[in-house]
Design a protein around this ligand. Structure first.
Ligand code: ATP
Length: 237
């Protein structure tokens, strides 16, 4: 079943066109990754899906309904949750308070214990530091917190914008392992990554974005084996 569908989406910043006529789908249960160079329009695409940035043309459908003009907070209620690039956690709040904030859109937020425990199982490091202020966490820990907070909304679609950015190698492995685990538990994932090797090997399908346009799509495995992808994004060839 198609969960997310972007049809001919364009996004502008003033006169700059960041995304041009982009069409993509994410099926329920998939991990789909969007790879591309700096400035290709990956983050802008994510912002259009989460509703932070309006589209200038085209449409976005989620779970069979048109959400092109729906407010960002109402998209969270529908089941779209984003862990933004640059982490965006609340530095003056503790880990626990940050996690609570992630559930703000839920109607059933009286009992958050099970989800908090679930996040702590995925990220034991956060449990050890649950009363520590977000702003004092390391970069890798903040990234874990951002993902954990996004999960607190119990999303159907989790948007991850460069979760491996700035992380030490052992954290990178861990983050990708956890993304696969979250997906196996039933959450659909759309992942933006510069670490194309890891992203393609974890993803069911992938899209390549170049200067605002999709130039290639296929399974993760197909793109990993593609010579032009190897040369441009995998540092081999
Ligand atoms: P990166 O991997 O470097 O984060 P990206 O693929 O996510 O890149 P975007 O951040 O979506 O790319 O940017 C796409 C284009 O839109 C770039 O040319 C960028 O300069 C431009 N852009 C992004 N945000 C703004 C903004 N707030 N105002 C003006 N132009 C912007």
């Amino acid at each position: 079943m198609t969960l997310l569908e972007l049809s001919d989406v364009s996004v502008h910043y003033g006169r700059i066109q960041a995304v041009s006529g982009l069409t993509l789908t994410v099926n329920e249960g998939e991990i789909v990754t969007l790879i591309g160079a700096n400035g290709a329009g990956k983050s802008t695409t994510m912002r259009a899906i989460s509703g932070i940035r309006p589209v200038s043309s085209g449409s976005i459908r989620f779970d069979g309904e048109d959400i092109t003009k729906l407010r960002a907070d109402l998209r969270v209620v529908r089941g779209i949750s984003q862990a933004p690039e640059g982490r965006g956690i609340f530095p003056g709040m503790t880990i626990l308070e940050n996690l609570d904030m992630g559930a703000y859109a839920r109607k059933d937020r009286k009992n958050l214990e099970p989800e908090i425990e679930h996040v702590f199982e995925l990220f034991p490091r956060l449990k050890e530091r649950k009363s520590q202020m977000g702003g004092t966490l390391s970069g890798g820990e903040q990234q874990m917190l951002a993902i954990g907070r996004a999960l607190m909304a119990k999303p159907r679609l989790l948007l991850l914008d460069e979760p491996s950015m700035g992380l030490a190698p052992q954290f990178i492995q861990q983050i990708f392992r956890i993304i696969t685990e979250i997906n196996k538990e039933g959450t659909t994932v759309l992942l933006v990554e510069q670490n194309a090797q890891q992203a393609l090997s974890r993803a069911h399908r992938a899209y390549v974005l170049e200067t605002g346009e999709i130039t290639k799509t296929g399974t993760g495995r197909e793109l990993l084996a593609d010579d032009s992808i190897k040369e441009a994004y995998l540092g081999v060839g």
